[in-house]
Design a protein around this ligand. Structure first.
Ligand code: SAM
Length: 281
């Protein structure tokens, strides 16, 4: 089964290999047949399209396995971009592999990676979050749990929630962090802006057109204090409550992989202060 990446906007993103895989397919599994029939018309594909989406992935997989068993060539696509990335496909891939068939990726664009490539963010690492919870309280909780990560965060968001989502990011995250709003990538009204997160709600509100289309949001990693990232700091704080400083540093280094000198300096500055405070109490 060929897992084929399709354009997130510009049709020129369709690779020659993707076209060949789709033309060679006897059966194409897609998320929404109306969506993929446009691509099928564009390429003059004749293979039947069957809908395999999140509500019927198990049954869909069984149909695809039966087709593979009958010697037919099968391709899997989603509405746009890379299947199984915030899209259906993962269960089908797994079922097909478990049934003993080879799954061949035919790479194409994914909005997260496309956005990262033109974001201007300098973080060496990123965490793909995808869609945040829809309900405000759950979304804020999710953002809170991500607040101190020192890697860039990558979110997908729908246009009807972009204003509230950006407002929550601005409310929860450190004001000086940079937010990149990447809109309508590879399409006519593509827009990519990078600005301090505190300014993002006003930027969106300034023009209703800025709230239209498809969005990737990218947030630069959390600022680091004392050269130690927030997770390492918190780990060391907890250990310093329980262990002598030298032992706490050793264990924290083992857990977090942070440099010993940074951990030691932090322990001296914070652990010793805490001990002094304990002594005076
Ligand atoms: N599987 C797809 C991929 O690989 O990127 C993602 C599918 S997910 C259901 C759709 C979301 O991807 C949109 O809501 C938006 O957040 C993002 N997205 C897709 N195309 C985009 C584009 N052209 N510009 C900006 N974001 C896009």
């Amino acid at each position: 089964m060929y897992v084929v990446g399709t354009p997130i906007g510009h049709l020129g993103e369709l690779s020659a290999r993707a076209v060949a895989a789709l033309r060679a397919a006897d059966l194409i599994a897609c998320e929404d047949t109306r969506e993929t029939s446009r691509l099928a018309r564009h390429l003059g594909l004749r293979a039947p399209l069957i809908a395999v989406h999140e509500h019927n992935e198990r049954a869909g997989a069984a149909r695809l396995i039966a087709a593979l068993a009958a010697g037919r060539r099968v391709a899997l696509v989603s509405d746009a971009g890379t299947p199984a990335v915030s899209d259906p496909g993962a269960r089908v891939v797994r079922a097909v592999q478990d049934a003993g068939y080879r799954v061949v990726p035919v790479s194409g664009p994914s909005a997260a990676i496309v956005a990262l490539s033109a974001s201007g963010l300098l973080d060496a690492q990123f965490r793909f979050v995808g869609f945040l919870p829809v309900k405000a309280a759950a979304r804020r909780r999710a953002l809170d749990s991500l607040r101190d990560h020192d890697c860039a965060l990558v979110f997908y968001e729908a246009p009807h929630r972009i204003v509230e989502c950006v407002a929550d990011i601005a409310a929860v995250m450190q004001a000086e962090r940079e937010l990149v709003i990447a809109r309508e990538l590879t399409k006519l009204f593509e827009q990519i802006v990078r600005l301090p997160v505190a300014e993002a709600p006003a930027w969106l509100a300034a023009d209703a057109n800025r709230q239209r289309g498809e969005f990737v949001l990218l947030l630069a990693g959390a600022p680091q204090q004392d050269g130690l990232d927030a997770v390492a700091q918190r780990t060391l704080d907890v250990l310093l409550d329980e262990l002598p400083p030298s032992r706490a540093v050793k264990v924290a280094q083992h857990i977090t992989g942070a440099p010993r000198k940074l951990l030691y300096d932090y322990a001296m500055a914070h652990g010793v202060a805490a001990t002094q405070q304990d002594d005076t109490e």
